[in-house]
Structures are given as structure tokens and as C-alpha cells.
Design a binder for this molecule. Structure first.
Ligand code: TEU
Length: 510
């Protein structure tokens, strides 16, 4: 690969939501062995790394984001041995493995919290956030995520204090002002590094330290004014030195979920190249399919990130948000054009399992809804083939996404015109082009409704044109260009005509 850039700058990361990827033991829930058996498919697709959503021991109140043992695999997903085999076989294929790390809160069944809750005098009392008060009056106006009304506090009858939980009551927040918590959580990072992982996706990392004295705030949900504390930045510098100092030359990466809707704030979490290696930046993910809005948000990233040498990330879909094809109105053509955008901006793209099949959100009838955050639709199982069970041994835990009879891995692999094969071509084009992987980004003149830009690296150049509208547009580009990739496959390998079709995106090479 090119020069001395760290691997994660060139990489495309594929997010695995293990419950819904592939099931091998027939319980209707995906498992680690299911991931291992499909590594050849991921290698065929051409991604460089996987991020696996939590597979740790958990009562599953938040489907694994409530961790009861940071250093073991939940039996529903398999065993630590399964994980070891998965890492080994991924590495054999040059695929890196990033695990999810959920440091803000544990499960209420974690032995740390059980002990903390047992008595005010418990040696672990101060591992969580306990405050005095009256049972009828929560300590402040902070609200728990997923609810319009529930306080972020639960009264513990037995010990007559409130404990804090930014999410569910089953997810008590750890007290990161306590150095014992810091040391114990550093140990969990070392544990997975020793298991061979290549990095961590760090859950709600901006939230670790809360504002002292817990004042009322203007926006009582996941707002920045009660979180985003200087002490959190100091903690992140500690994680960074642990990762950078880990022996073996593996260059483990940290990618933080900084759920703050200010790109300037997100940039601060890269520190002075001494905090996160990468951070998710949510404004583009939440942008509508609109060229001007995307242009503004891409520009914001360049303005805030470039001066500090921070490397961006790009995400269209994840396990918390409706799938981008659904958000953009259900059009496959738009979802394809969006894929071209995702995989050609400057930064590290994250592909969420199933978007490469062009999946839409599943319709989940009320009686099958299970997520307290209402996010089931994006978490539907991956259809592997056209059979009635789509490669799953029994009915999966959530309903199928739409059109699973045609929109499945087997069918789409066999169809050169499929969304899956578009992703594969885009990934191959990235691999072959230092300009697409690492090049600079500069906008080109284009009509309203169209975003055009070029990527340059060491004399290599690619031009990308994304038409966000349902109308054909002429877009002049100086010089002679060949259509390397077209989102609809049209004209690939031929000379660029000077126009992009409705909802079409193209990658041009000299
Ligand atoms: O998400 C944090 C977060 O901010 C989102 O949950 C957001 O509030 C919500 O999805 C809006 O619909 C992370 C994980 O990605 C999520 O799955 C977990 O539920 C959450 O943390 C708690 O661990």
C-alpha cells in the first residue's frame, strides 16, 4: 500500500451486526461462527476490516450494548475460542478485526454494578454514579435516551440513592472520575489486544465524564452541555497511549462514536494527534439526499479536520439509523449513487452490513418489535440465498428485509448489474487508486443538484460526479476521461460523454 500511511486511512470498514449476519447453531440469532464461515465472501467483496458490534456476555436489554462481562463472549454468539479462530482466519485473509467497546455504562447485571448496588459501603460503590435525594424527585432534568420522559436516574430502594444511566435503567453509567474504573477498563482494552484485535469502535465516547454537580441543562437528552468535558479528553489520551504503546506493530485503531452534532466539536476529539485516530461525524449521516446540503457538510469536515491533520470517516448507514436507501425515499438508483459518494470522499468509509445488497429497512410489525430504541428495521437479518429460509436454519429473531427473494447474497453475486457488484467494483477501484484512497479532495464546478470533485495523489487523479437529482445534467470536465465506474453500470470503460444521468454517479479516470 501507499507510503507510510497507517492501514486505517486506506481501509474500508464493514460493520457487522452479529445477531443478524449469519446463524450456524439454528437459534435464529447470528453468531461468531457465522461470521467466520462468510469471511471468504467479505474478502471477495473487497473490504479491509470488520467492526463487530458487541458480542460480550449480556442480558441483551440493549442487544449487547449492556455488557455484563467485558472479557467474555455471550453464549448466544459462541465462545472465546470461536472468537480466536475468527481473528486468526480473518488475519489469514488480510482482514482486520475491530471490536466494539462500551465504556460509558455496563449492564446492571455486571458483577461490578451488583456489588456497587449492594451497599453504600461497598468498595465498588464509587464505580458508578450515585447521588442522594428524595425518591419522588430525580436529582436533575437529565433524560434517558430512547424515551421522551424517563429520567436518566433510577432510585435504588435498598440503599436509598439514585444512580445515573444515560441510556436504559439496565445500563448504569460507570464513574470515570474513579481511577479504579480507568484501570479496570484499560485492562479490558489490553485483554482484546492480547486476543489479536486491530482496534476498537468506542461507544458514546464523548459522554464518559459528566458535568460536575449535575446541573439542569437546556436539552436534557444526549446534549453536549452535560457531557463533552475536558476530563473526557484526558481519558481518551490515556486510551490512545495504551493503543499506540501496544507492542507488535499492529497499529491498533480507535474510532470513537462522538454523538455531537457539531463537526467542530467532533474534530476536537482527534486532539493534537493524541486522542482518537478516527471519529464518526453524524451531520452527513443525518443529511437529506441533497447536493447543496452534502456540499456544506463535506466542506465543514475539510475546514475543521484538515488544519489539525484529522482523518475523516464517512457513514451512510448503521445499526441505529434507518438504512440510507429508506431515508432517501426507497430509490435504488439513489442508494447506488450514494455508494459512489461514500466510497470516494476523502476519509475512511464504513459500510453497514446489507447496504451492499441495496437493502431497505424491514417493516417490523408491532408484535415483533423488540428494540427499546425503535431501531429494529435497520437490524433485519441478511438474506444469504433465495430459499424460503434465506440460508438461516430457523426463523430469525427479526423479519426479513423487503424483496429478500431477489435481494440476497447468492442472487446478487451472480448478477453483474447488482448493487453488490457495484460495491465490489468500487472497492476494487479504491484499492487500485492511491488518489481515491489517500488523495486530496477539491470541488469542481457543477450545476445545482450535482456534486463534482477531484481526488489527487502523486500525479494520479480521479474525478467523481454525483447527480442528486432525477434529471440528466451536463457536467463539463476539462480533458479526456474514461468512465471507470458508473452507479448504474452504464458506459463503464467508455469515454465520458459530458453528462450524468438522473440519479447517476460516475468515477472518471484519465
Ligand atoms: O449509540 C449512542 C447513541 O447516541 C444512539 O443510541 C442514539 O441515541 C440513538 O440510536 C438514536 O436513535 C450507541 C450504540 O450505537 C447504540 O446501539 C446503543 O444503544 C447506545 O450507544 C448505548 O450503548
Amino acid at each position: 500500500m501507499t507510503g507510510s500511511a497507517p492501514w486505517w486511512k486506506s481501509a474500508v470498514v464493514y460493520q457487522l451486526y452479529p445477531r443478524s449476519f449469519a446463524d450456524t447453531d439454528g437459534d435464529g440469532i447470528g453468531d461468531l461462527e457465522g461470521i467466520r464461515r462468510h469471511l471468504d465472501h467479505l474478502q471477495w467483496l473487497g473490504v479491509d476490516a470488520v467492526w463487530i458490534s458487541p458480542f460480550y456476555r449480556s442480558p441483551m436489554a440493549d442487544f449487547g450494548y449492556d455488557v455484563a462481562d467485558y472479557c467474555d463472549v455471550d453464549p448466544v454468539f459462541g465462545t472465546l475460542e470461536d472468537f480466536g479462530r475468527l481473528v486468526q482466519e480473518a488475519h489469514d485473509r488480510d482482514l482486520r478485526v475491530i471490536v466494539d467497546w462500551v465504556p460509558n455504562h455496563s449492564s446492571d447485571r455486571h458483577p461490578w454494578f451488583v456489588e456497587s448496588r449492594s451497599a453504600r459501603e461497598s468498595p465498588k460503590r464509587d464505580w458508578y454514579v450515585w447521588v442522594d435525594g428524595r425518591p419522588d424527585q430525580p436529582p436533575n432534568n437529565w433524560k434517558a435516551a430512547f424515551s421522551a420522559t424517563d429520567p436518566a436516574w433510577t432510585w435504588d430502594e435498598a440503599t436509598a440513592q439514585w444512580y445515573l444511566h444515560l441510556f436504559l435503567a439496565e445500563q448504569p453509567d460507570l464513574n470515570w472520575r474513579n481511577p479504579e474504573v480507568v484501570a479496570a477498563m484499560h485492562d479490558t482494552l489490553r485483554f482484546w489486544l492480547d486476543e489479536g484485535v486491530d482496534g476498537f469502535r468506542m461507544d458514546v465516547i464523548h459522554a464518559l465524564v459528566k458535568q460536575a454537580d449535575f446541573p439542569d441543562v437546556d436539552d436534557p437528552w444526549l446534549s453536549t452541555d452535560r457531557l463533552d468535558e475536558p476530563a473526557t479528553h484526558a481519558l481518551i489520551r490515556g486510551f490512545r497511549s495504551l493503543l499506540d504503546g501496544y507492542p507488535g506493530g499492529r497499529e491498533p485503531v480507535s474510532v470513537g462514536e462522538v454523538f455531537i452534532l457539531s463537526t467542530a466539536k467532533v474534530a476536537e476529539y482527534y486532539g493534537d494527534d493524541d486522542e482518537l485516530h478516527l471519529a464518526f461525524n453524524f451531520p452527513p449521516l443525518f443529511a437529506p439526499w441533497d447536493a447543496a446540503k452534502w456540499r456544506t457538510r463535506v466542506d465543514r469536515v475539510a475546514e475543521e479536520f484538515d488544519p489539525r491533520g484529522a482523518w475523516p470517516t464517512w457513514v451512510l448507514s448503521n445499526h441505529d439509523t434507518p438504512r440510507h436507501r429508506t431515508r432517501y425515499g426507497g430509490s435504488e438508483a439513489r442508494a447506488r449513487a450514494a455508494a459512489v459518494l461514500l466510497l470516494t470522499l476523502r476519509g475512511t468509509p464504513f459500510v453497514y452490513q446489507g447496504e451492499e445488497l441495496g437493502l431497505e429497512n424491514a417493516e417490523v410489525p408491532p408484535e415483533r418489535q423488540v428494540d427499546p430504541g425503535g431501531r429494529d428495521g435497520a437490524r433485519a437479518p441478511i438474506p444469504w440465498d433465495a430459499s424460503a429460509q434465506h440460508g438461516w436454519a430457523s426463523d430469525p429473531w427479526l423479519p426479513w428485509p423487503p424483496e429478500a427473494d431477489v435481494r440476497n447474497v447468492e442472487r446478487e453475486r451472480a448478477d453483474p448489474g447488482s448493487v453488490l457488484n457495484l460495491y465490489r467494483r468500487l472497492l476494487a477501484a479504491r484499492r487500485a487508486s492511491p488518489a481515491l484512497r489517500l488523495g486530496s479532495w477539491s470541488p469542481l464546478p457543477s450545476p445545482d443538484g450535482v456534486l463534482a470533485y477531484q481526488r489527487d495523489h502523486d500525479g494520479g487523479r480521479r474525478v467523481v460526479i454525483v447527480n442528486f437529482t432525477g434529471k440528466r445534467h451536463d457536467v463539463d470536465v476539462a480533458g479526456d476521461w474514461t468512465v471507470e465506474i458508473a452507479s448504474d453500470g452504464a458506459g463503464e470503460g467508455r469515454r465520458y460523454s459530458g453528462a450524468v444521468g438522473a440519479d447517476q454517479a460516475v468515477v472518471l479516470s484519465p
